[in-house]
Each structure stands twice: as C-alpha cells, then as structure tokens.
Unconditional design. Sequence first.
Length: 102
Amino acid sequence: MDDLVRRAQRLIDEDQYLTLAAADENGRQRASTVWYTARQRCGAPVGHAVEVIWLSGPAAQDSRNLLPRPEVGTSIFDSTQPAGTGDGLQFGGIAGVSLAPS
C-alpha cells in the first residue's frame, strides 16, 4: 500500500492539470481540464485525505454544475507516458465553489 500512496503522491505533486467530471442538474455530464494544486488536509495521515483546488471562473459550466450536484470524478495522469505504461489516478469526491476575495 505504501508504494501505491507514493505513486499517487508523485502524480499529484508533479502534474499540473486534472480532468474534472461533473453533471448538471439534469444529469448531463461534462469533463473539463483544469489547472490544480493540492494540499494535505489538516490532521490526515501523510498520503491520505488530499484537498484538490482548481481554478475555474464562476460562470464556467464546470463551476455551475457543482451547485446542484457537488459529486465529481477526477483523473490525474501524465499524458507524455507511452501507451500501456505509467500511472494514472482516478478518484471521486465532493466539490464546492469558493470565490476568491475581491
């Protein structure tokens, strides 16, 4: 298990983009590629409970989809890896919208 956690942590630390999948209030799905950063959640064991933060405008469809349906699917992978090799990370979560102070 430690090896899997290390591999996942490497992907999270080294990549800059993730694919975010969310659905609107009617269930229409949409996948968006967004820039992200991640941090360890306070009090969580190392390699567990990661908070992922991405940038997207409040009017963007991916942001609007989160209001009625906060469940998301996420994929992080190194797209430069040759086919059939390398690592990828897929996970689900609950997302929210946080507006930056103006």
